[in-house]
Design a protein around this ligand. Structure first.
Ligand SMILES: *Cc1c(COP(=O)(O)O)cnc(C)c1O
Length: 338
């Protein structure tokens, strides 16, 4: 009774190969962009990446999973003295505060993060010549500078200008590799001589046409208008069928990260991806006969109840139905490399 991410593997890998080059550091974190981090590590090794990035120390792949030729692993979220850190010479830490540059063990491999307009983590441009930083450069194994830029609005040309300014300020302090995020891949040479781009979404999810998500119909019941169904015993709005399909809250179906939802159109898209409407009925992310169908009630833990009006012939138990989900917030039962 699975919720399955189907991958047209030839098409997907064509995209990976045409996107990746040695200046790109694949990012595998969280739910592995729907694929699972383990699979992404394997794919990254297969296309030749010598360095990968993960989000947290928990995501650093275990050393014994592959004994020979281990790649370097950059941890994107910054080192803190209270974190449990794997002892591996392949791990490259990100340090974003002067105090942490002083505390991190001598000889650690370190990227120093510079504050950008993101304002998430980083040492301010004005503090780059602080003696704490300059002294630390002799204690640590300096691997370069980390720069993480905002996305979208404002345009990438603003990011580019900021990247150029911050890169110059950092390289004046110490020459090294610039590890950037959210800068167009074609613009790296405009930032500096030695730039690496950390990329997740554009790589793994860059060709949506290679991906489809399908759920299984687990049960079908005919209902009449006004009959009560579900945990909440709501009345159905018309004659038709109740479908029980795989995919519920445990998969992330019907749940949504808050969206920026700046425009009406974006809000409509968020709705279309299954966010629940406080008023009651909500459009589900499941599509049957080319149309998104309504939830009969909020999704259950592993299944959802949908209402299908009598004008539509119901699918059979065991049939598959399409659904539209956010890959970074969905836990699939299975990833099928077709
Ligand atoms: C998650 C993350 C990335 C990858 O972001 P995508 O938008 O998925 O490409 C890059 N850099 C940093 C610092 C991140 O945290």
């Amino acid at each position: 009774m699975p919720l399955v991410l189907h991958v047209d593997s030839d098409r997907w890998r064509d995209h990976l190969r045409s996107t990746w080059n040695p200046d790109i550091v694949p990012v595998a974190k969280g739910n592995g962009y729907g694929f699972g981090n383990h699979r992404l590590f394997a794919e990254a090794r297969a296309f030749g990446a010598r360095t990968i990035a993960v989000g947290t120390y928990f995501e650093v792949p275990a050393t014994d999973s592959h004994s020979s030729g281990r790649e370097d692993v950059v941890v994107l979220s910054p080192w803190r003295p209270f974190l449990e850190v794997p002892q591996s010479k392949n791990v490259i830490h990100t340090v974003s505060r002067l105090a942490d540059l002083v505390s991190i063990p001598a000889g650690s491999r370190v990227l120093i993060e510079v504050m950008t307009s993101m304002r998430r983590h980083g040492i301010g441009a004005r503090e780059l010549r602080h003696t704490m930083l300059l002294n630390a450069l002799d204690r640590i194994r300096f691997e370069g500078w980390s720069l993480h830029f905002p996305m979208g609005a404002g345009g990438t040309s603003a990011n580019l200008r900021e990247a150029q300014q911050l890169a110059k300020a950092a390289l004046d302090v110490r020459k090294g590799t610039l590890w950037v995020s959210h800068v167009p891949a074609q613009k790296l040479a405009d930032i500096g001589p030695d730039v690496k781009l950390r990329m997740g979404t554009g790589l793994w999810l860059g060709d949506r046409g290679a991906l489809s998500v399908r759920a299984t119909v687990l049960d079908v019941h005919s209902v009449r208008r006004g009959e009560r169904v579900g945990y909440r015993q709501r009345r159905v709005s018309g004659d038709g069928h109740i479908l029980i399909v795989s995919g519920g809250t445990a998969h992330g179906v019907g749940l949504e990260a808050p969206t920026a939802a700046a425009s009406v159109r974006q809000r409509a898209i968020a709705m279309a991806k299954g966010s629940l409407d406080a008023a009651g009925m909500a459009l589900s992310p499941f599509t049957i006969e080319g149309k998104q169908r309504w939830f009969a009630e909020p999704p259950h833990m592993q299944a959802s109840m949908l209402f299908l009006p009598s004008s539509v012939a119901p699918p059979a138990v065991g049939d598959e139905v399409d659904l539209d989900v956010r890959y970074t917030t969905t836990t699939f039962d299975k990833v099928s490399m077709d």
